[in-house]
Design a binder for this molecule. Structure first.
Ligand code: SF4
Ligand code: SF4
Length: 408
């Protein structure tokens, strides 16, 4: 697809990069039927190809309307279109640039901009987020249904193992997950300890940067990345084998550090090194002998929900099913495994109606075979899909040696 850049973008590196990315698209439309928003609305402007046309129009005219922003905002950045596209269009990069340029060309209404600013500030600050979460948990019984679902009940904590395995891996504990579902990181420590691995968190590391990156705060996200690189660097220089994350959304961000800081002369090399060391915890465990864990597998069939960040961004669509089968679990049949659940970071807060439609569609697709539980790999999906009818947990909890028989 050819694009003639508007004079105002001639010397803009983002616009030049977008032009290059657009050139790969051959308008074939194969991506339409794998795009969750297009499947729900059947409006071409809610499809990858339609959004590509909107971005090209912006680049050629130098202007955007509220309609442009509306349809670009409705993209989940799930990257299902990238997996499908036969021409290798890197849609997520294009969407980031498109949203950023559209926001500059057509500033958001004040209230909308303020909501995004608040989300950027709150979610990526663990102490503040933890405080608000505790308040929400105390008021949980009084909250209306949809809002109550966004506030997970407080999880019980079980004893942690002492450090001292033969191997030590750096771990990114995440901002939302560490506060909302601490059972995930606790279970990861116990499972790894049983396999002779110590997970070591760097105290000064924090949010991976994804929250701010996807809410139009690219420079603030780069600050998050630089802070994490500084926090991890002593351990990396000392020979750290890997940086693992238990939230696949954070893992997808880590592998992008090298690209996102490539133009920063002080951090480019270190960022590339971090990206090369980033691994999902599941990838590490797949290489281990899981039989020593002897997990309780008699809990019934497990429906696996592989988050978009794991299947489309990290290109690991079979990781969770392989891991759970190897551990001895029976898996339930599911449908539409490539379609996003509608969580997508802050999407469920910013696009509640479409997000809820996708949630219901996903729950139906995950429960066709009457599973006992749903296992996933990302905190956002876990909270978004939560429903006591078929509980949702992080897959690592299924392998946890502290998990009692019959627990959910
Ligand atoms: S599948 Fe790829 S090349 Fe075809 S329209 Fe979609 S983005 Fe363009
Ligand atoms: S990233 Fe997901 S929602 Fe956005 S255009 Fe691609 S398939 Fe559609």
């Amino acid at each position: 697809m050819h694009t003639d850049l508007h004079p105002q973008y001639q010397n803009n590196p983002d616009a030049q990069r977008a032009k290059q990315l657009l050139s790969a698209c051959v308008h074939c439309g194969f991506c339409l039927e794998t795009c969750p928003t297009y499947l729900e609305t059947r409006d071409e402007r809610d499809s990858p190809r339609g959004r590509i046309y909107l971005i090209r129009q912006l680049l050629e005219t130098g202007s955007a309307s509220a309609t442009t922003t509306h349809h670009l905002d409705r993209c989940l950045t799930c990257r299902s279109c990238e997996t499908t596209c036969p021409s290798g269009v890197q849609y997520a990069q294009l969407a980031d640039i498109g949203q950023h340029l559209a926001e500059k060309a057509a500033p958001r209404p004040r209230l909308q901009g303020a909501v995004r600013q608040v989300l950027r500030a709150v979610i990526s600050r663990p102490t503040l987020f933890r405080y608000l979460l505790r308040t929400g948990q105390a008021l949980r019984p009084l909250l209306p249904g949809p809002l109550r679902r966004q506030v997970p009940p407080k999880q019980p904590r079980l004893p942690l193992p002492a450090a001292g395995g033969q191997r030590t891996l750096l771990v990114l504990e995440g901002c939302v997950q560490a506060a909302a579902t601490p059972a995930t990181n606790d279970a990861a420590r116990r499972v790894c300890a049983a396999l002779g691995i110590t997970l070591q968190a760097a105290p000064r590391a924090g949010c991976c940067g994804a929250v701010r990156q996807h809410l139009g705060g690219a420079e603030a996200a780069r600050d998050d990345m630089r802070r994490n690189i500084d926090a991890w660097w002593p351990a990396i220089e000392a020979g750290a084998e890997a940086i693992v994350s238990t939230a696949s959304g954070c893992g997808a961000m880590l592998v992008d550090y090298g690209r996102l800081l490539a133009d920063d002369p002080r951090y480019a090399q270190r960022a590339a090194r971090v990206s090369s060391l980033a691994r999902d915890l599941g990838e590490v465990l797949l290489e281990e002998d899981l039989s020593v864990l002897a997990p309780e597998t008699g809990c019934g069939k497990i429906a696996v929900h592989t988050p978009c960040s794991l299947q489309h961004a990290l290109r690991q669509p079979d990781l969770l099913p392989s891991l759970l089968r190897r551990a001895g679990f029976s898996l339930a049949r599911t449908e539409e495994s490539h379609i996003c659940c509608g969580s997508a970071g802050t999407y469920s807060l910013l696009q509640p109606a479409l997000s809820e439609r996708l949630r219901q569609r996903k729950r139906a697709a995950l429960t066709v075979d009457n599973p006992a539980l749903i296992a996933t790999a990302n905190i956002g999906c876990q909270l978004h899909l939560a429903d006591p009818a078929v509980p949702v947990l992080h897959w690592i909890e299924l392998l946890d040696p502290a998990r009692s028989p019959g627990s959910q």
